[in-house]
Design a protein around this ligand. Structure first.
Ligand SMILES: Cc1cc2nc3c(=O)[nH]c(=O)nc-3n(C[C@H](O)[C@H](O)[C@H](O)COP(=O)(O)OP(=O)(O)OC[C@H]3O[C@@H](n4cnc5c(N)ncnc54)[C@H](O)[C@@H]3O)c2cc1C
Ligand SMILES: *[C@@H]1O[C@H](CO)[C@@H](O)[C@H](O)[C@H]1NC(C)=O
Length: 279
């Protein structure tokens, strides 16, 4: 299938980019490996979660929160907001489609993208002039290997699997990592009556994809590209633009405000450079 723009990932960054492209009347396709949009928010977050920043700093482009929204938007309301966003901008992701690799073809000046339909297992190929990687900074939950871990008889879960402290009342729980999630989960556990401790050392997150020259490989397949942390090689504020029509949305480590900036920059850039014939 030949496209002007292919967006990989239907989280907030992919959705925001889609909306911004629509504002410039640029056609795109958005593919998502899960069976729904914003899977992080629907399926991999805990019950207590609210947006950590006030709503003014957490709106996606062209759509403020309704006036009666609480200052710190609860997870369920954020999901509702995203659903309205999707409806308003008529975003129709192709779900259950996991991108495995993308290579830039110099003669045709196009990205050749290989994806897999996760339901049928079939290969799906796309050609695109512009490729927007919006696969998220927190792609995979990783539990680092700890020597002697196999001798631990308790349960060990990643924060993406944590829902509520209700299930842990009266248990002794160790939370490893003290970012926003670690701190809040420790608080949630303690307030549900778990005997909670927390270990503090900056956690290491790995991104989703790597880049070598003009080839992007997505996690779970090969590993060679982006920098070692899985972030674009160019740092903020230039992180969003790669070479050969490659863009990154949502890798500024600046949350939803960073996503909004990336999406607007990317769509304006594509609109500016877009060759009317190829778009
Ligand atoms: C617990 C938590 C709380 C947060 N709270 C805030 C907050 O209060 N305020 C704030 O500004 N930010 C917050 N953030 C940070 C950030 O805003 C969110 O992580 C946001 O969801 C990032 O959006 P994204 O679209 O970049 O990534 P994601 O939401 O991770 O979306 C990426 C999408 O890409 C899909 N995908 C990945 N790989 C592939 C592939 N190979 N092929 C196809 N699809 C793929 C994934 O399935 C996913 O749906 C929080 C993050 C976390 C983890
Ligand atoms: C994620 O949650 C949504 C709704 O809450 C559901 O429709 C979807 O099937 C879930 N997906 C996965 C992979 O669990």
């Amino acid at each position: 299938m030949e496209l002007a723009v292919l967006i990989i990932g239907a989280g907030p960054a992919g959705l925001a980019t889609a909306a911004c492209l629509s504002q410039h009347s640029i056609p795109y396709l958005i593919v998502e490996r899960e069976d729904c949009s914003a899977s992080l928010w629907r399926n991999r977050t805990y019950d207590r979660l609210k947006l950590h920043l006030a709503k003014e700093f957490c709106a996606l482009p062209y759509m403020p929160y309704p006036p009666n929204t609480p200052t710190y938007v609860p997870r369920a309301e954020f999901v509702k907001y995203l659903d309205r966003y999707i409806e308003h901008f008529d975003i129709q992701p192709r779900f259950c489609t996991a991108v495995e690799s993308a290579a830039y073809d110099v003669p045709s000046k196009r990205w050749a993208v290989l994806a897999r339909d996760t339901v049928s297992g079939a290969e799906v190929r796309y050609g695109a002039t512009y490729l927007v990687v919006a696969t998220g900074e927190n792609g995979e939950g990783r539990i680092p290997a700890i020597p002697g871990q196999e001798s631990f008889s308790g349960e060990a879960i990643h924060s993406t699997m944590y829902k509520s402290g209700r299930a842990h009342a009266g248990q002794r729980v160790l939370v490893v990592g003290s970012g926003n999630s670690g701190m809040e989960i420790a608080y949630d556990l303690a307030s549900h009556g778990a005997d909670t401790s927390i270990v503090i050392r900056s956690p290491v997150f790995k991104g989703v994809s790597k880049i070598a020259g003009n080839k992007v490989t997505f996690e779970r397949t090969t590993k060679h590209m982006l920098n070692n942390d899985g972030f674009p090689k160019k740092g903020y504020p230039d992180h969003w633009k790669g070479e050969d029509g490659l863009y990154f949305a949502g890798f500024a480590r600046r949350g939803l405000a960073g996503i909004t900036m990336d999406a607007k920059n990317i769509a304006s850039d594509i609109a500016y450079f877009a060759d009317p014939v190829s778009v």
